[in-house]
Design a protein around this ligand. Sequence first.
Ligand code: T5A
Length: 219
Amino acid sequence: MNHGLQTRPRLLTLEGGEGAGKSTVLAALRDALLADGQDVVCTREPGGTPLAERIRELLLAQVNEPMDDCAELLLVFAARAQHVAQVILPALDRGAWVISDRFTDSSYAYQGAARGLDPDFIAELERHAVGIVPGLTLLLDLDVARARERTRGRDLLGEAVPDRIESERDGFFERVRAGFRERAARDSGRFRVLDASQGPEQVATAALAALADYRRRLA
Ligand code: T5A
């Protein structure tokens, strides 16, 4: 499955639909690694460098011009190429752990499964612009209705307004979810699927157990 890609064991990624709780879990993983004296870099996609964050703004802004699906895919990979070169590889090469809130699997789920772009084209971009694959990916799996409740609750609190992608219809997010689950099923050695419908503490506990198990296997 990882033809032409190098697995980087200290690269951990969190994946899932909107509002699945990735940011919440990321903090728990970071704290556990820091408490163990590890060097940890936390980052996110799209974004993670000043230039990539500007591309993120382009991707998520609500503007009066429909974004072409292929333009969206290429922007996501432009941001990722920059992020890998400037942040992820230097950190991994000095021995740090890198925890990224989303990575290439999001492109297969959103631009591939949900938008309908060719996964072989995405794989080509992955080989040429990314070149690496995480050692461990935690997929926070949550049904779309529950995820909507969470993001709506956050929006009502005034923490955020729906961005361009969050404004898609439920069918889009059903395809995103199916795309993630299919990737996890096909690469069960790398993925751990967590039931994200549980409370934050239970999800964090499950994520920490998955990390501990992974580190035991690495040792
Ligand atoms: N995208 C990204 C692509 O299309 N292609 C790509 O290749 C990439 C990399 C990025 C957008 O870009 C798209 C996908 C996205 O649309 P984002 O901000 O990273 O945007 O993504 P979101 O998933 O929208 O981020 P969210 O912040 O909405 O989701 P999180 O991080 O999964 O959720 P979190 O932790 O912020 O929690 C959301 C709310 O739920 C509560 C939290 O307190 C918060 O209010 N919560 C829980 N409530 C109950 N039980 C739990 N277990 C909870 N965990 C969190």
